[in-house]
Design a protein around this ligand. Sequence first.
Ligand code: ADP
Ligand code: 5GP
Length: 213
Amino acid sequence: MTRRGLLIILSSPSGAGKSTLAQRLLAWDDTMQFSVSATTRAARPGEQEGREYYFRSRSQFEEMIRADEMLEHAEVFGNLYGSPRAPVEEAINAGRDVIFDIDWQGGQQIKGSALADDVVSIFLLPPSIAALESRLRSRAQDSDEVIAGRMVKSRDEISHWAEYDYCLVNRDLDATEAELRAILTAERLRRSRRPDLVPFVRDLNQEFEERGT
Ligand code: ADP
Ligand code: 5GP
């Protein structure tokens, strides 16, 4: 009997460190998988179809929504983003944890879905707004105008911090990674996620019976 996989939702204002920390978790435990989202935004330099995102036209994306192929979807910075449902269901039914790098709207939709019991939601805060802006600039992937738009949206994203199970301040990458590992280790050990304990305790009781105690 395997446990069901967890849906690990990572949200934060853009630039706080979600993608970097998601990659570190995947390197720590290669049984976990990343939920590759679909988006209507253009690929950034270095991004590959099917690795960071599935890049789709708006009409293709809307067709996926109509066909109920999205676990959740939302409009962010004027583009549509969504998590394809099929790979997630396949993974959690096989006992593999799935990491989502999605915004608060997607987090709310998944927490309100039939999969709510399998969700662990984590919000990452930047140590300061100045640090957030400098991380967006150091990533060197967006124009000044795009960065300014992301900074405006950050305030809205941060306002949802208290809706999450855990909230971490990402000051130091190694320290935040250690906190994330601790959360996942504990969440996997919850009794409700340990179907293996039922036969185990049955065997302990069987041993009592055999001893006549
Ligand atoms: P997000 O996915 O949330 O938009 P990224 O993971 O792309 O953010 O991180 C944005 C930039 O900040 C990247 O260049 C990353 O290397 C850097 N970064 C992330 N966490 C830290 C940290 N704790 N200290 C310094 N730089 C960081
Ligand atoms: P970016 O364009 O920087 O890759 O992502 C912009 C924002 O969209 C980030 O906050 C990211 O978490 C969010 N996002 C990415 N994929 C999804 C998704 O599938 N669903 C939702 N709701 N948000 C997403």
